[in-house]
Design a protein around this ligand. Structure first.
Ligand SMILES: C[S@@+](CC[C@H](N)C(=O)[O-])C[C@H]1O[C@@H](n2cnc3c(N)ncnc32)[C@H](O)[C@@H]1O
Ligand code: SF4
Ligand code: SF4
Length: 368
């Protein structure tokens, strides 16, 4: 497919919105203050009342929302509301997934949430005990996260581990994989550190494409050696290689298949445009569920989409247009220039171009 065919396909997709995955920033309150937190969570910055969230999810389901990641902050700090929201999502046919650091999860709470319709338990683990506890600034973080996972396995809920890859913990995550695949968890997802929120202060730990490439190869070797058969392993690649990745990698916002609702009520088509604490938070919001219905906000007739449509028309000046200039959201938050060419590009040196964060490599997939 050439660049223009792809363009028109994306234009058609622009009008559709189906199978939408919602990331819900359920609260900004948190019982941890991790070094890397992309939402700079900890403080209460206001929350959308649960009756409004329940109404929103029921309406969103009618226009295609099918999964909701309930995160934050730490969603278990808002437990009564969490039960109610899980129930409403499940009744609306939207699969509820809880993302937690595990500290507040007890067996009673897990069973109660499962009774209300919780379908998946996602627990964050960023390495083996020492690394995880340092990163999360809490000496019990690892132990609690592992017991949360074990509870999930014991009660047969789909379990997923999320790890953040930095330029320092590749070896550690490989050791962790040997453990999680033995448990075995259903999915182990590895995401690259994003320079967002408090992550901006440790941007020197964002792994370079070369590091991620070597890490992917090592995990592949590990898989071949141990034949991890029961755990799906997926790694956020963050780059594309024109010789291997044949398709253009436009910004996924054109697909309208992901929404982020912040605890302020503002709605975004990608986390990378949320920028809480800067004027861009309101400027790039598609609307606020405290004021308007999600159906109106997500409608193609909402003029605020025009802010994002330019993503489709983007061109880069360099030799290869496969990346379309990279991630606009990251450039806006990092350089204040939405049109800047993605600074992560190492095309000249390594042939690797920056891509959307939603690009994964699957190493092992027992669910195929
Ligand atoms: C923001 S947390 C919210 C849920 C819960 N408090 C937790 O830690 O699992 C959701 C996920 O985002 C990941 N995350 C946080 N900051 C990040 C960053 N700067 N880049 C990439 N992922 C990040 C966390 O490690 C976690 O897996
Ligand atoms: S990553 Fe999760 S646990 Fe850590 S501060 Fe952010 S919201 Fe809290
Ligand atoms: S390219 Fe950037 S802004 Fe676009 S969807 Fe991917 S991460 Fe979001």
């Amino acid at each position: 497919m050439d660049i223009y065919q792809q363009y028109f396909l994306d234009q058609r997709r622009w009008k559709m919105s189906k199978e939408i995955e919602l990331d819900l920033h359920f609260t900004n309150r948190c019982n941890l203050k991790c070094d890397h937190c992309l939402y700079s969570s900890g403080e209460d910055i206001g929350e959308v009342p649960v009756d409004i969230l329940n109404e929103m999810i029921t309406e969103f389901a009618t226009i295609g929302a099918n999964t909701v990641h309930i995160g934050g902050g730490e969603p278990l700090t808002r437990y009564e509301d969490l039960k109610s929201f899980v129930h409403s999502s499940s009744l609306a046919g939207v699969k509820p997934r809880l993302i937690t650091n595990g500290l507040l999860l007890t067996e009673d709470k897990l069973l109660e949430l499962m009774d209300y319709g919780l379908e998946e338990l996602l627990v964050s683990l960023d390495g083996t005990e020492r690394f995880h506890n340092n990163f999360r600034r809490n000496n019990h973080a690892y132990e609690k996260a592992v017991s949360a996972l074990k509870l999930g396995l014991e009660h047969n809920i789909f379990t997923r581990v999320n790890s953040v890859l930095t330029s320092e913990n590749g070896e550690d995550i490989k050791d962790l994989l040997e453990y999680t695949t033995q448990l075995p968890v259903s999915v182990h997802a590895i995401l690259c550190l994003s320079a967002m929120g408090r992550g901006k202060d440790i941007r020197y730990l964002v792994p370079e494409f070369e590091y991620v490439g070597n890490f992917i190869e090592d995990v592949q070797d590990l898989c071949d050696k141990h034949q991890f058969s029961d755990t799906k392993i997926q790694i956020q690649k963050g780059y594309l290689e024109p010789k291997i990745d044949k398709t253009h990698d436009y910004c996924r916002i054109s697909k309208k298949n992901n929404a982020l609702i912040y605890s302020t009520g503002h709605v975004f088509p990608c986390v990378r445009f949320s920028n809480y604490g800067s004027p861009y938070h309101e400027a790039f919001s598609l609307g606020n569920i405290l004021e308007d219905s999600i159906i109106d906000i997500w409608s193609p007739d909402n003029e605020k989409w025009d802010l994002y449509k330019r993503n489709l028309e983007r061109k880069s000046d360099c030799a290869d247009e496969l990346c379309q200039g990279g991630c606009r959201g990251l450039m806006l938050s990092e350089t204040d220039n939405i049109d800047a060419c993605d600074y992560r590009c190492t095309y000249e040196k390594t042939g690797k171009l920056p891509s959307c964060i939603r690009k994964y490599v699957v190493i092992n997939d027992p669910y195929k």
